[in-house]
Design a protein. Structure first.
Length: 277
């Protein structure tokens, strides 16, 4: 059951990210974030109420709220990366997020295992392969969206740190606090930059789909941790970029070189090793 729920979570995140990338190619990223996360807020709030967990208190949820704001920055970077670059390059780089909580744990004196160090090395190697793109003169440049994918990985990694610190009493309320803190920030940013909060009708289903799939993935992932070891659940959940890459291939016709495909596999394998630790 843990494996099934974790894979369902990976599927939800992968589809949601793909929808978000498609929407960001048609409207402003802040529009996508504001509307989709508002939709998701309704879902996670309902989850918190249905969970039956008592409200932990504001002080206990501060780390989760901070993590939610940072995650929103990472999500914005991811969608923008999808809009300007190949999803098959951006998605695997963003999967490097487990390296961030690993680094935080190491700074606190929790020494990573040998397997995790190998995972970090694989992640770095995969990112190097994915982020290099040829120029016309034979030299190399950074692939479009690769830098934004690194920002996304940092944002998602810090989100995990915040959720971990704020979910001791209730994972459902921690995720709700994260979303509740992030939505006003992104709505304010949209208003300041004059980004519309009323997307075109043709794009609205995509944006709503982002919120629905993302919320469903969070619920599945949290439920999976109650059935099995967190390490295994984290590894399976970290496979979500594969869904995005496959959809980009099937729907958009993205065709990566053999080297880029190998780089994506290496980065994902490294992320899985880090998460497994």
């Amino acid at each position: 059951m843990a494996a099934v729920l974790a894979l369902a979570g990976a599927l939800g995140w992968g589809v949601g990210d793909f929808f978000g990338g498609l929407a960001a190619r048609r409207v402003a990223v802040l529009t996508v974030l504001a509307v989709s996360q508002a939709v998701g807020l309704i879902g996670v709030f309902a989850w918190a109420l249905l969970s039956g967990d008592p409200f932990p208190g504001m002080a206990e949820l501060v780390p989760a709220a901070a993590g939610g704001i940072v995650a929103m920055i990472g999500l914005g970077a991811l969608y923008r990366g999808f809009a300007i670059g190949a999803m098959g390059i951006v998605a695997p780089i963003s999967a490097a997020s487990p390296v961030v909580p690993l680094a935080v744990d190491a700074a606190r004196g929790d020494v990573p295992s040998t397997r995790q160090w190998i995972g970090v090395a694989l992640v770095v190697a995969g990112i190097v392969v994915l982020s290099r793109a040829p120029r016309g003169d034979g030299s190399r440049r950074v692939a479009a969206g690769a830098g934004l994918a690194v920002v996304a990985a940092l944002g998602f990694g810090l989100f995990f740190v915040g959720i971990d610190a704020g979910a001791d009493e209730s994972a459902a309320w921690a995720v709700t606090a994260a979303r509740l803190a992030a939505v006003p920030v992104v709505v304010a940013a949209a208003l300041v930059t004059s980004a519309t909060l009323k997307p075109p009708r043709a794009v609205l289903p995509l944006i709503v789909g982002v919120g629905v799939f993302d919320t469903g993935a969070n619920v599945f992932f949290a439920a999976a941790t109650t059935y099995g070891a967190v390490g295994i659940v984290a590894v399976l959940g970290s496979l979500y970029p594969i869904v995005t890459v496959v959809l980009a291939w099937l729907v958009l016709g993205e065709n990566l070189s053999a080297a880029k495909r190998a780089g994506g596999v290496i980065a994902l394998a490294g992320a899985a090793l880090v998460a497994a630790g």
